[in-house]
Ligand binder design. Structure first.
Ligand SMILES: [Cu+2]
Length: 153
């Protein structure tokens, strides 16, 4: 009988943890990740970041066990019309009440030095680090077939 009593507190704790996460002003929708080819050493993740809070937040970094380094990147087209990726050290401002989109040809989370190439439907654990919301842990499904915008990575 005591067994049942011991079980209850941990269940209550788990429920609390879920609620705490749901209360965060930051929510991530429609995330997916991709890498190119079987020998890819790099990959990228794209997503929609929803800030339902009253104050601006800022995505300042990301970490993941799947890669040696994770950076926040954007694309810029230089004077010769060549698109290149830039490491955005100051991160991305997520305005209050707005949705900020990381998409192909634009801002993205970059994985460098992959431990192994991404496989279709694999879930990539990523911790996003926000100035206000702190660390937000997400799982990003790999979708190699997904079509991007006009630009490819
Ligand atoms: Cu990049």
């Amino acid at each position: 009988m005591t067994f049942k009593f011991k079980l209850l507190p941990s269940l209550a704790l788990a429920a609390f943890a879920t609620t705490a996460f749901a209360d965060s002003a930051i929510k991530v929708d429609d995330a997916y990740a991709r890498s190119t080819g079987k020998h890819a050493k790099a990959g990228a993740a794209f997503m929609m970041i929803v800030n339902s809070g009253d104050s601006d937040d800022r995505l300042i970094g990301a970490t993941s066990d799947v890669a040696g380094r994770v950076e926040l990147h954007t694309h810029e087209v230089d004077d010769n019309g060549v698109a290149k990726m830039i490491h955005v050290e100051e991160g991305f401002v997520i305005p209050a009440g707005a949705t900020y989109t990381l998409e192909r040809g634009g801002d993205h989370v970059m994985f460098m030095g992959l431990n192994q190439p991404f496989e279709q439907d694999q879930k990539i654990p990523v911790t996003l680090i926000f100035e206000q919301a702190g660390e937000v842990e997400i799982e990003v499904p790999v979708d190699l077939d997904r079509k991007g915008g006009a630009h490819s990575h």
